[in-house]
Design a protein around this ligand. Sequence first.
Ligand code: ADP
Length: 334
Amino acid sequence: TRVVEAEATGDERALEAALRPRTLDEVVGQERVREQLALVLEAARGRGRAPDHVLLSGPPGLGKTTLAMIIAAEMGSPLRLTSGPAITHAGDLAAILSGMNEGDVLFVDEIHRMSRPAEEMLYMAMEDFRVDVVIGKGPGATAIPLEIPPFTLVGATTRAGLLPGPLRDRFGFTGHLEFYEPRELDLIVNRSAGLLDVALTDDGSAEIASRSRGTPRIANRLLRRVRDYAQVRADGVITLDVARRALELYEVDESGLDRLDRGVLDVLCRRFGGGPVGVSTLAVAVGEERETVEEVAEPFLVRSGLLARTPRGRVATPAAWRHLGLAVPRQQQV
Ligand code: ADP
């Protein structure tokens, strides 16, 4: 797996637990969502009721799980965690819902990946705090209504647009998480370094922040890798020089691109004259699956303004040529 992967890798969840902000005040950035959520929670506390269901949308690694945990903590309620792909049958969801107590917070990660029958059961549970559990099959099947104590659903999705309208409409509040500014990632790196008891200089921390692709999860992971380097190859302190050497070793460049990202740009510019070229051809040329190029490398290249998706294929932007240290071809300069 890549060091710049935005999803949690392997047993990383355990390492991350130590670095999670525990209150809304500890959360760095996302001012708008934070303020909106603070209001929702305070109002619910004032009424002595479970808050409205909350939908959090945004790319992986930006803090959706963290916010769900904070919502539960601020309400003084237990949190149950599950995910869309884990709920393959409506029965799986019924089992979870029937075990809930009043005021519990249920976090469903990747909620857009739930099965259709489970989704329909969830609509009803969210709206009426009731589900129909079907017992038996065929003509003898009976639906037994089951009351659910009022709870708060926190759903997370990479894109709110992936959710069917009826499900989206049942959330009282939707928070969109944005990529973080380098300045905010710098604060996160410093905070994490404090928790991990790692010494780092201001420019060392800024260097890690600027290569973290706007994503706290990646910032924290790069910090752990650079810490290893500092401990083994230096005197333990993360300076600018140590950060640069370590990240060079892990092949993360100054814009946060890794080997795969640069490979795609390199093939696109050097072999195909900057495109347009079809993604399948591009994938073969870098020796990767089409999906890997499309889902792993491209989103960040597009976001960074290095690659454009056009109807005729992928095109390198002038910034891509410059990034590779190549002269921008004349026909691309316009
Ligand atoms: P998601 O659920 O969106 O994939 P997580 O909530 O699991 O993301 O966050 C990933 C990691 O990044 C966690 O270790 C968390 O501590 C850190 N993190 C995310 N958002 C913030 C933030 N706003 N401030 C500080 N740390 C954050």
